[in-house]
Design a protein around this ligand. Structure first.
Ligand SMILES: [Zn+2]
Length: 273
């Protein structure tokens, strides 16, 4: 059984500020160690439940956060960027199940640590087939295209609620209770690692028994609407052929498949900068 562990950083134990997840900062050096241990906890639980192949994808910023020499040796690591499937690189390579570790809520969510959708300075809102989604929804939709269910997600209470609403039956681990964008009640990372290990094991066992969450199945063609944060960003994005400008801030497009829509969305984020 092959598992993809897609990892972000904002939802990791103790993280409450941008500084803690900004590459090369002193604080980032601390939290990337915690991030690596959080992934190791998931690997231990998954292997205990019989997973025999694991690919970890470092999906935060430059993709160079996880410390490879400290990563459980049973996993391979996709790191760096820009890779074809970005935060879920490897999803097209015969993966059976996925975990999302260290995730955060979509832009505009109250009581959500570092809420944003791909870019905190460029993207205000993303709608996928009419439904507002964040990174959880976008990445889970691409997993769904490859028939991969997301069976476990970790993060604050806002992203766990977002995931449960979108993916019925998904197992979640509450890492911290957010009381604002930059404030949360946090427990010791060591406590969280114990909980993650148990939840990872349970999630895999539930999958084996046919009781886990199912892959997301989006109707095709895929319709996406992106609201940018400023009209000059929409000016630039509107230069991409095939995209339709709806108003000052909104861009709409249609794609035959979800991976194609994902690539188009990521091009929009790049182009808007
Ligand atoms: Zn991130």
């Amino acid at each position: 059984m092959k598992l993809l562990i897609a990892v972000d950083m904002e939802g990791i134990s103790g993280v409450v500020t941008w500084n803690q997840v900004t590459p090369d900062s002193t604080e980032w050096q601390r939290f990337r160690r915690i991030m690596t241990q959080e992934v190791n906890a998931a690997i231990r639980g998954a292997c205990d439940a019989g997973v025999d192949e694991i690919i970890v994808t470092d999906g935060h910023w430059r993709g160079d956060n996880i410390i490879i020499e400290d990563l459980d040796k049973r996993a391979k690591l996709n790191c760096g960027g820009t890779s074809p499937f970005s935060m879920i690189q490897g999803v097209d390579q015969g993966v059976d199940i996925a975990f999302f570790i260290g995730y955060h809520a979509m832009m505009g969510t109250p009581n959500a640590i570092l809420d944003h959708t791909w870019s905190s300075t460029r993207i205000t809102r993303v709608k996928l087939n009419g439904l507002a989604v964040g990174e959880t929804g976008l990445n889970a939709a691409v997993c769904g295209h490859f028939n991969v269910p997301v069976i476990l997600l970790t993060g604050d209470q806002s992203v766990t609620q977002e995931a449960q609403a979108l993916i019925p039956g998904i197992q979640t681990v509450l890492i911290k209770k957010a009381t604002g964008r930059f404030s949360a009640e946090c427990v010791s990372p060591i406590e969280n690692w114990i909980t993650i290990e148990k939840a990872a094991k349970q999630a895999v066992i539930a999958f084996k028994n046919g009781n886990s969450s199912k892959p997301i199945n989006n109707a095709t063609p895929i319709d996406m609407e992106i609201e940018l944060q400023a009209s000059e960003m929409a000016d630039k994005v509107a230069l991409i052929p095939g995209l339709k400008r709806i108003d000052g801030l909104k861009i709409q497009f249609t794609c035959d498949t979800m991976p194609e829509a994902y690539l188009t969305f990521r091009s929009i984020v790049q182009m808007a900068g």
